[in-house]
Design a protein around this ligand. Structure first.
Ligand SMILES: Cc1cc2nc3c(=O)[nH]c(=O)nc-3n(C[C@H](O)[C@H](O)[C@H](O)COP(=O)(O)O)c2cc1C
Length: 413
């Protein structure tokens, strides 16, 4: 049996906060907010279940900093203190048993579907690839004033998150959303101080970090989820990503979560990973091994972990401090507790496809299926690991139609 002790050891972050073990729940968008993007009791219940499940660090699904810029309907947005009391209930339930509960803050930029954004914004007026044109309108270029305003929004949201009692905050800097768009030389072709050199492209994320830190102080965990690469021609490369990790480390970031990919190249789901990588379970381990000795900040690698042995090897190998899990915790919210106690050794996360080509080609069956399990947990039911993807598809169709199906979850987040 693998040496589970290395997974059970607490981790002290540079801000002084302690994560009670090495398992982190990576963000999964719940889409359980109200039609006007306010939190609900369903979120309180869902995070209560995860906190009871033994995971040391729980990161919420992406919460938007602007209700006019959504990734999908049902996102929660935090712009001010209007929902403070419900946020407090959410924070309290999800941080029981010394669970670290961090809110992931996001702005989708151009990855905001046309059913929610008539004209999304982006660093440059460059649309997504033509195959996305029915679902995403071409973006408008942000003015320098708009950029400052978005940075301010991240800081304001972080202050509310802290006041509500969440124990940390994470910037969504991965998966092709606005921060990731700024980092990419393909999506960011600005000629001002926000584009061009890597230093200029990284200015947006560095300013967001500084603005958040100013609001929350030095003793509060601030994290980022960052792409190891965009996997797109002309996009953000692995070497550039490592330089940005160094910049964030020097600035004082507490934890950097490594992922990769965008809507255009969804590597975060493991869709295109090489067989040799799959053998090692985690999709982005090699990147972590390369960056580890260059930075002091804590690292969390997310994507593909399924066995106790794979997780122990990754921690003992020294390349990562935390193991990030998403899909496993949607089907077994107490998977971490069971794994750490030795009650289980692994989890089988199989592809969620209907077998009907036309539907599966829509590609987003997976996310819809997992979100359905989150809804079940939130309603006090147990997840259904064998629930038919076809029935989940039909259910979603009845709710929102084909366009809704594709755009609501046209994401691998
Ligand atoms: C239903 C669902 C929603 C997701 N939402 C987000 C999100 O809001 N923010 C984010 O950074 N990643 C999101 N992801 C990606 C996961 O955090 C994770 O990077 C990915 O699923 C790979 O990890 P896994 O192999 O353990 O599932 C989502 C994934 C799923 C399945």
């Amino acid at each position: 049996m693998s040496n589970l002790e290395s997974l059970s050891k607490p981790l002290t972050l540079r801000c002084g906060a302690v994560i009670k073990n090495r398992i982190g729940k990576s963000a999964m968008s719940e889409a359980l907010g109200t039609v006007d993007n306010r939190p609900t009791e369903l979120l309180v219940k869902l995070y209560d279940a995860w906190a009871k499940g033994g995971t040391g660090l729980v990161i919420t699904g992406n919460v938007m900093v602007d209700r006019l810029a959504l990734g999908e309907p049902g996102n929660v947005a935090i712009e001010d203190e209007r929902d403070l009391s419900l946020l407090q209930r959410w924070a309290q339930a999800g941080s029981r048993d010394d669970t670290q509960l961090w809110v992931q803050l996001n702005h989708p930029g151009k990855q905001s579907p046309n059913m929610v954004s008539k004209q999304p914004v982006a660093p440059s007026a460059i649309p997504l690839e033509p195959r996305f044109s029915s679902y995403f309108n071409p973006p408008r270029e942000l003015s320098p004033g708009d950029i400052e305003a978005v940075i301010e929004r991240f800081a304001t949201a972080a202050a509310v998150v802290k006041k509500a009692g969440f124990t940390g905050v994470q910037i969504h800097g991965a998966h092709g959303y606005l921060v990731s768009q700024f980092l990419s030389p393909h999506h960011n072709q600005r000629k001002d101080q926000w584009g061009g050199s890597l230093e200029n492209r990284a200015r947006f994320v560095m300013e967001i970090y500084k603005a958040i830190r100013q609001q929350v102080g030095d003793e509060y965990p601030v994290s980022i989820k960052l792409n190891s690469a965009d996997f797109q021609r002309g996009g953000f490369t692995e070497e550039e990503s490592m330089t940005v990790v160094e910049m964030l480390d020097q600035a004082g970031m507490d934890l950097i979560e490594i992922s990769g990919g965008t809507y255009e190249a969804p590597e975060m789901t493991g869709k295109n990973v090489k067989a040799s990588t799959k053998e090692r379970e985690a999709y982005f381990m090699e990147y972590a091994e390369n960056i580890r000795s260059r930075v002091k900040t804590a690292l969390m690698v997310t994507g593909g972990f399924r066995t106790a042995q794979g997780m122990v090897d990754a921690i003992e190998g020294g390349a990562t401090d935390m193991i990030g899990l998403a899909r496993p915790l949607a089907v077994e919210p107490d998977f971490s507790a069971r794994l750490l106690s030795g009650a289980t050794q692994s989890i089988d996360v199989k592809p969620r496809i209907t077998g009907i080509k036309a539907i599966d080609d829509m590609a987003m069956m997976e996310t819809v299926w997992y979100a359905r399990q989150l809804e079940r947990i939130a309603k006090g039911k147990t997840p259904k690991p064998n629930e038919s993807p076809f029935l989940v598809f039909l259910r979603q169709m009845l709710r929102s139609g084909v366009k809704g199906f594709r755009t609501q979850r046209l994401r691998a987040n």
